[in-house]
Write a protein that binds this ligand. Structure first.
Ligand SMILES: [Zn+2]
Length: 377
């Protein structure tokens, strides 16, 4: 990750570059803001810039030995600490390094990920994430080692809100008086959840979600999207880069979604429990992300039906099979129900995101959809 790869965030980038130019880099910084905005992407780009042996004015060189090591997230002066689930073997130290390979893979794949994505990587399910006191000891041990190559030793601590008081207390002295060249960079979604003993020792920088305009421009330039589609995605995800990436990836599986949606809508229309229960069950088993993607597809499909209803079939972005189903289905979506239908699907999407029991959400939504489809007749 380079500064040039971070989507938007021009003000924060300029602020960080100025810190380096003025040689006034705070030893303990916290980057806070909503999920999917790019805090970790910024911190990774900043760490690369600081460790680069041949940096330019705006960005790291990308080719010096240090940049090469950062590219594989294997630089000996770049350390990561993050929440984990308790290791399965008893007596094993609860340290982030147990999951370092998975962490590196996650960061390389998409640094805009959410806490839930990381839990999915860990197959955490109902287990609690935690930064245990063992990890505080591991952090201190790493920072007492001499810096490997250059001027800085960087400790990136992700989601410090998962530290308990015992862990935090162990770190307070380090945060106040770190060794020469040691930089703490914390990345936090929710400062409200952070212990005040930690928060008060950090210089806080807010990182907002990129604007819809910035995100849509990025999608057009880097993912070859049409302006219309890019704006539609940026608007739908409200600037959340992670959600936008998920929508892009899920576009691939629209055909599967279509089959399932057609089946679901038929079952909703007839309020056929014999079909609705197994449909909800199957979706539930496909996992939270798959259900969210399916609901996003449903919203896209409803919108296309409305466009078709207004006689602008040439504008719909539907495949032949979709268009065939839409021609029969579109009349059941109109001004009498479209707002509430959209709201019902969006509410289901929110509930599934918040981890409410997926099967129940789907059954409840099915019943709402049934009433709304009947209203349109
Ligand atoms: Zn370099």
């Amino acid at each position: 990750m380079f500064f040039k790869d971070v989507i938007g965030q021009d003000l924060v980038k300029a602020f960080l570059l100025k810190q380096v130019a003025d040689d006034e880099i705070p030893h303990a910084q916290l980057f806070a803001g909503p999920e999917g905005g790019g805090k970790l992407a910024l911190v990774l780009a900043y760490a690369r810039f600081l460790l680069c042996q041949n940096r330019g004015e705006q960005d790291a060189c990308g080719s010096c030995p240090s940049c090469v090591k950062v590219s594989s997230l294997q630089h000996p002066d770049l350390h990561f600490s993050f929440p984990i689930i308790a290791p399965s073997k008893s007596g094993q130290k609860k340290v982030s390094d147990l999951f370092l390979d998975r962490w590196r893979a996650r960061l390389m794949n998409n640094p805009y990920f959410t806490t839930e994505d990381w839990k999915d990587d860990l197959v955490a399910e109902n287990k609690q994430l935690n930064i245990a006191v063992d990890e505080a000891e591991s952090i201190i041990r790493k920072l007492t080692l001499a810096a490997y190559g250059g001027t800085y030793r960087i400790m990136i601590i992700c989601l410090p809100e998962f530290m308990n008081a015992q862990t935090a207390n162990k770190l307070l002295k380090q945060l106040e008086e770190p060794g020469p060249g040691t930089l703490f960079m914390m990345v936090c979604h929710d400062t409200e959840q952070l212990l005040s003993t930690i928060l008060s020792r950090m210089q806080v920088t807010k990182v907002h979600l990129p604007s819809e305009e910035v995100l849509s421009t990025f999608l057009i330039e880097n993912h070859g999207l049409s302006q219309e589609r890019a704006l539609e995605i940026a608007h739908f995800v409200d600037g959340n880069v992670n959600e936008a990436y998920k929508l892009l990836t899920n576009n691939m599986s629209n055909n599967e979604h279509f089959e399932q949606l057609a089946q679901w809508m038929r079952a909703c229309y007839s309020n056929d429990a014999q079909q609705l229960v197994p449909i909800a069950e199957k979706l539930h088993k496909s996992g939270r992300e798959a259900v969210k993607s399916f609901l996003e597809y449903a919203l896209h499909f409803f919108r296309q039906c409305i466009v078709a209803n207004y006689g602008r079939e040439e504008l719909t972005r539907l495949t032949a099979d979709e268009a065939k189903f839409a021609s029969k289905f579109a009349p059941f979506i109109n001004h009498l129900n479209v707002l509430e239908l959209t709201e019902a699907i969006e509410a289901a999407h929110n509930d599934v995101s918040r981890n409410v029991y997926t099967r129940l959400v789907l059954l409840h939504t099915s019943f709402q959809v049934h009433k709304l489809l009947r209203r349109a007749e």
